[in-house]
Ligand binder design. Structure first.
Ligand code: ATP
Length: 327
């Protein structure tokens, strides 16, 4: 593990808020608000945080599925966009790069077309990109389905004939069709039962090893990211509060927000005592985030400086950065 496959620099994605009869822009939802991180080749980077903190928007903006407001993204040495320099990949280049970058969504039930059989769903990309003719593509999709723990004969069946876990395997097979290097898993386990989650996670781990993949794994489940991810970024209200290797983050959480999240994860040994940190108030709206440190309104350690000054990300130890005035 050495080279970066993905570099995200000062990424922002604001959604305009329009109101009035003329639909004038009166504000913005700051869904992603100046985040930077890198992912090394072969790494699993976890992005965690509560619902609405901007995880999915980050994933979609990186893939250029949403128009970025600011920042730049470099994938495998190629600039996807740099808003400040007004540099964007053109449609053709982006289409070709999409082969290397895929996404798996939360609910396979809604992202698989119910009118298409599984063979067509999985082989679509091969035909669209002119890699294979329909018949050959269906044969290739059989192999992909088998790689994902399903039977090749599934190609003639329709999504409704499968369980949730099997549908997620179909979605994974579809994501693998174009032999990508990098996959964003946007809460790929969230719609599945716990026992099925473990199976899909094992499959993703095996595929990573066997196919040399890199993942950006989006999840709100700290228990899952602890075991699955090499490095983790903790998001709060559109920003990264803390970033560390999985080991370091769980052994020594620094940010008060991370500490509160970890305090809610059940211990594997129920006899081990653990104090639950309950945060005051609700998460503020990303349309009107607090000044200074965005977390200060809920932070048990808030100081006067936190209300005024935005904290900068600081490296506290090797592979452990935190964005907090306490450090
Ligand atoms: N198309 C959109 N238009 C306006 N606001 C949006 C849009 N998409 C997302 N948002 C807002 O941006 C913020 C971040 O949403 P996002 O879905 O990225 O969060 P998330 O952390 O992935 O949450 P979840 O786990 O619930 O999906 C939320 O406040 C959400 O309401």
């Amino acid at each position: 593990m050495s080279e970066n496959i993905l570099e995200v620099n000062n990424l922002k994605k604001y959604f305009p808020i329009c109101s009035g009869v003329f639909s004038r822009v009166t504000g913005a939802v700051k869904a992603v608000d100046d985040i930077s991180f890198t992912i090394k080749k072969g790494e699993i980077y976890g992005l965690v945080g509560e619902s609405g903190c901007g995880k999915s928007t980050t994933g979609r903006t990186i893939l250029n599925l949403l128009k970025p407001t600011y920042g730049s993204v470099v994938f495998n040495g190629k600039l996807i966009f740099d808003v400040e320099k007004k540099q964007y990949l053109d449609h053709k280049e982006m289409r070709s790069l999409r082969r290397d970058m895929q996404i798996i969504f939360q609910d396979p039930g809604t992202c698989l077309d119910p009118r298409m059989n599984v063979g067509t769903i999985v082989s679509e990309g091969l035909v669209e990109h002119g890699i294979a003719k329909r018949k050959e593509a269906i044969n290739m999709s059989r192999e992909l389905l088998e790689l994902c723990g399903l039977r090749g004969e599934c190609v003639t069946k329709y999504p409704h004939e499968f369980s949730g876990g099997q549908r997620q395997r179909i979605a994974i097979a579809r994501a693998l069709t174009l032999a990508p290097k990098f996959i964003i898993g946007d809460e790929p386990l969230a719609a599945l039962d716990v026992s099925i989650q473990a199976q899909v996670l094992t499959l993703m781990q095996d595929l990573k090893e066997n196919l040399g993949l890199t993942y950006l794994f989006i999840s709100h489940d700290l228990g899952v990211v602890k075991y699955f991810c090499d490095r983790i970024g903790v998001m709060y209200l559109g920003s990264i509060a803390e970033q560390a290797s999985s080991e370091s983050l769980f052994a020594n959480p620094l940010h008060p927000y991370t500490k509160s999240l970890l305090s809610a994860v059940p211990k594997s040994n129920p006899k081990e005592k653990k104090e639950r940190i309950i945060l005051k108030g609700d998460v503020p709206s990303p349309a009107n985030p607090p000044k200074g440190c965005k977390f200060h309104t809920r932070c048990p350690h808030a100081m006067p400086v936190c209300k005024e000054t935005v904290p900068q990300m600081k490296t506290i130890e090797t592979d452990h950065d935190v964005c907090c005035h306490l450090y």
